[in-house]
Design a binder for this molecule. Sequence first.
Ligand code: HEM
Length: 413
Amino acid sequence: MSESKHDTDTTEELPRFPAPRSRTCPFAPPPDLLKLQDEGKPLVRVRSWDGTTPWLALTHATQRALLSDQRLSANIGAPGYPHTTEAMKVHAAEMQPSINNTDGPEHARWRRMLTSSFTRRRMEILRPAIQQITDDLIDKMLTGPNPTELNEALSLPLPSLMICELLGVPYEDHEFFQEHATITNAVNRRPEENAATTATLRKYISDLIKKKMDTPGEDVLSDLGERIKAGDLTMEEAAPLGHILLVAGHDTSANMITLSTALLMQHPEQLAALRERSGDDAYMAKAVEELLRYLTLPHLLARRAVVEDFEFEGETIRAGEGVIASLPAANWDPAAFSEPDSLDLARSASHHLAFGWGPHQCVGQQLARIELQVVFSTLFRRIPTLRLAADLDDLTFKEDSQAYGIYRLPIAW
Ligand code: HEM
């Protein structure tokens, strides 16, 4: 932060980030961010929870440029990195280097460890398993209590079971694995509970990799075992990587299922079209991209630290400052999407930034897409009478969480 320009008085006047959502339109990005964008500001200073004043990138073009710029670092320990919360700042000091917090050739090495595990072909192989899990969960839901709660019945178990499938976790360990994944993803977990569950999961993952080194299967932990045998990776690096995949692939997809369901219920014509065309793969693929764009649930991302001074959009960006790319703002930028506030499931929205941009773009995006395509082509077709069993006003949205969502979504049919 350049102290001379932003003394305490002027800092107080800066817009706050995160900005509050509108109660009347909880699916839209915060109105204050859209207003700043509307004023033609590609980049502004904002005031963060700890009094720091990182840059906030508001437009699609600005974010694409900055997120692929090597003068920005994903290293959460770098000076000026704009941490999301105090807890995350404290946690940053103990973080080991891995895929999500390294740059340049070091980061490229981590990505290489996962390239063959996450190819489109490999993800498509999982589609029948995703369909089966979705159908089983819906069968179970239909024979259970009505109304029910969507996160518990479908949105959380589906990605959790898929991650187990992807990593190669044996079926009999699913419950143990899901229980620890839930603790890992809880927002208000206590530090000691966090440390204990991290240690338990990492031990579990490394034991499993050891077994898979003897008897490999078609799964990510077996791939990591092969990398260890080849001398490309150590066990100390592999277990945390498995843990990151578990965390990154769990909450995100779950929130997307719940949030999209609630949104579609507010748009009956779009929902009717989606139900009617649920067998049309090309339409379903477009619909999912539009839902990802419209909702952009990684609403507090993406964050970087500046490591070298440079000029950008008429501003001097200095080493040691923070940059936040507001992904929801980019996805509602009228220069990139016409009438961004209208939900149009038939539009071509695949250039959205919901999976980020540049070298850190989401590793699991193809898996997430398939999960969402399968869920939305199945849920509304199989339960045509599905409806919300609560008023929209009574729902609690996850403004404070890494992935935007809804805590509980009561549904009935
Ligand atoms: C709807 C679902 C998902 C969304 C919206 C999402 C979003 C994102 C975003 C925005 C980033 C970039 C963060 C940044 O630039 O700082 C990211 C990175 C990442 N995602 Fe996802 N994600 C989803 C699902 C998944 C799944 C299913 C997996 C794994 C199975 C996964 C694994 C990862 C990993 C490992 C990274 C770090 C990549 C790197 O830093 O190089 N994500 N995700």
